[in-house]
Design a protein around this ligand. Structure first.
Ligand SMILES: C[S@@+](CC[C@H](N)C(=O)[O-])C[C@H]1O[C@@H](n2cnc3c(N)ncnc32)[C@H](O)[C@@H]1O
Length: 230
């Protein structure tokens, strides 16, 4: 099935709190982007599931989909079955990404779509456990950057030299290419966004601690800590 056909009559795969079927699908712009950049040689992973999962299936990508909602998995499988779309290449991992990802054995990935839980700190956990597996030249798709958690992840990746923004779609999805190996062993002083965002609070903290030391007449404490960055 082509993306055009899929979008003409998209299935309602999600369920709202009242039990009504609906679709929380990713934007058409992102689906078009995935359609163009994913093929049967791609190794991909997404957190969350829905129409994007059906698209990965149509592309025959070797795809891992992490989602806790078993009924959603069944709906995706039955939609694919009814529409002669093979799900053979989709490895569904039923559970929350925060628990599945830390022990999931992953090979090299060409593309990661982060679109599961958007609450703090899940998008960061999803990024943390997948980014080292992403190949150089691979893509990290961060959805819902209009939400604070997605916005912070986007800002952070914009500030790190290992990532390059390649597309910013519908003002809500940032797509980064990994251009160099990324190491989680970096310290906060190696991360320019953390330094910049901490500058004023570090200064305020130093002033408050200096005033406190002055009140106590502890001059050694004021001058002795001058070399410490915090
Ligand atoms: C916005 S929807 C995903 C939409 C999908 N990409 C599409 O195109 O239709 C978010 C999904 O995240 C799933 N989800 C919620 N919490 C999760 C978690 N902790 N880990 C993984 N998936 C989660 C929900 O079940 C839901 O399917």
């Amino acid at each position: 099935m082509t993306l055009q056909l899929l979008l003409q009559n998209p299935p309602r795969l999600h369920e709202d709190p009242s039990g009504k079927l609906t679709s929380w699908q990713i934007s058409d712009a992102v689906l078009n982007f995935l359609n163009k950049h994913v093929d049967s040689n791609s190794v991909t992973l997404e957190t969350g599931a829905g129409l994007s999962t059906v698209l990965f299936a149509t592309k025959s990508a070797s795809h891992t989909c992490i989602v806790p909602d078993l009924k959603l998995i069944r709906r995706i499988q039955s939609y694919c079955n009814d529409n002669q779309i093979s799900c053979n290449n989709i490895a569904f991992k039923a559970g929350i990404s925060e628990q599945i990802l830390p022990s999931l054995e992953l090979g090299s990935l060409d593309l990661v779509l982060i679109d599961g839980r958007h609450a703090f700190p899940t998008p960061f956990i999803d990024w943390y456990y997948t980014c080292e597996k992403l190949k150089i030249g691979g893509m990290m798709v961060v959805d819902d950057t209009q939400i604070w958690t997605g916005a912070i992840l986007k800002k952070f990746l914009l500030s790190e030299p290992e990532w390059k923004l390649t597309a910013d779609l519908s003002s809500k999805t940032a797509i980064f290419v990994k251009i160099k190996d990324y190491s989680h062993s970096k310290e906060w002083l190696d991360q320019s966004l953390v330094i910049n965002k901490s500058r004023y609070s570090i200064m305020a903290s130093k002033i408050n601690r200096g005033l406190e030391a002055l009140r106590q007449g502890n001059f050694g404490k004021i001058f002795g800590k001058a070399a410490n960055p915090t």
